[in-house]
Write a protein of this length. Structure first.
Length: 120
């Protein structure tokens, strides 16, 4: 009986380690975010192979001030949350001029994503 208990514990530990290794290997899913200006506001879509990386993601729209590498100087203008299909829309945010991009912050399961910069 004691040998059976030890064997059972060893099998359970091996199974737990195998599952943990699979979770670590999977890592964060890649995400992309798009942006476009429709004449009075910004909209786009978050895409990912993992469904939970698409819905309920916060997307922020920034106005680019300098070079694309120096994002700390950029100004956050709008924020929206994606729907179940990854769509986001700032609504009627008025006329805009300049360079803009969208940013979806990373989560525990999803990598962060920057859109291409658009000129309006």
């Amino acid at each position: 009986m004691k040998k059976l208990s030890i064997a059972l514990v060893v099998m359970l530990l091996c199974g737990a380690l195998a599952m943990a290794g699979t979770a670590v290997a999977r890592g964060k899913a890649a995400s992309t975010v798009t942006i476009r200006y429709n004449g009075d506001g910004f909209q786009g879509k978050v895409k990912s192979s993992r469904a939970r990386c698409v819905k309920n993601r916060t997307v922020k729209v920034y106005k680019q001030k300098g070079a694309s590498q120096n994002r700390s100087a950029d100004t956050k203008l709008f924020k929206d949350t994606t729907d179940s299909e990854g769509r986001w829309d700032t609504g009627n945010s008025g006329l805009a001029h300049g360079k803009f991009y969208a940013f979806a912050k990373g989560t525990s399961a999803c990598k962060r994503a920057f859109s291409k910069t658009i000129k309006v």
